[in-house]
Design a protein around this ligand. Structure first.
Ligand code: SF4
Ligand SMILES: [Zn+2]
Ligand SMILES: [Zn+2]
Length: 191
């Protein structure tokens, strides 16, 4: 029995790790190459099954036992929790579908609802300042009849644009007519 890897009594003298020539450090190493060597030796051990079963009952054991490193055993005892996928209807699920280029009616409807909520909140802001062109566009997106204040803002915007266009237009009316050069008098052809 080696002193470092103290085997429980039921693992009798047939344990390869306790045999002559076995280096106990091999079963305590955290070096991946050395751990691989320990695992390979364990696979030749007649006590492999019993040793593994024993090691899996004690989460505090360190080192390689029964061909399993501590990380292997932790994984078997408590497999890593698979990340919980956001359920359909959430924005995360919608984005996941989009990234995977897949369609999901539930997620699409939920996204529409969220979008309408955002537009409605934005419209309240526009109405709070007395109605705006943006408010009118939001009302159109929401399928609402534009209110008079937003309509008036939209008319004011159009008037301002037309005025700006007129100012920017070339002053055609003020252009002087192009004067053509005087035409030379026709010369009398020699008789
Ligand atoms: S299985 Fe490995 S750790 Fe267990 S007794 Fe055998 S050699 Fe030692
Ligand atoms: Zn979905
Ligand atoms: Zn409005």
């Amino acid at each position: 029995m080696n002193a470092i890897l103290s085997l429980p009594g039921f693992l009798d003298g047939r344990a390869v790790c306790a045999g002559p020539g076995a280096d106990p450090d091999t079963w305590h190493s955290i070096d991946p190459a050395t751990q691989a060597r320990a695992r390979a030796i364990c696979r030749t051990c007649p006590l492999l099954t019993a040793c593994r079963a024993y090691a899996l009952t004690d989460p505090d054991l360190t080192g390689t036992w029964g061909g399993l490193t501590r990380a292997d055993r932790n994984h078997l005892i408590s497999p890593p929790a698979t990340p919980r996928r956001a359920p359909c209807g959430t924005q995360q699920a919608y984005r996941r579908h989009c990234a995977a280029r897949e369609h999901c009616s539930l997620c699409w409807e939920a996204e529409d609802d969220r979008r309408r909520e955002r537009w409605t909140a934005a419209l309240e802001v526009e109405h709070a300042v007395g109605g705006t062109l943006k408010g009118m566009r939001l009302e159109q997106r929401l399928g609402l009849e534009p209110c008079e204040r937003c309509r008036e803002a939209e008319r004011a915007y159009r008037r301002a644009r037309q005025a700006a266009k007129r100012l920017a237009a070339p002053p055609e009316a003020q252009e002087s007519p192009v004067s053509l050069p005087a035409r030379p008098a026709p010369t009398q052809a020699a008789a």
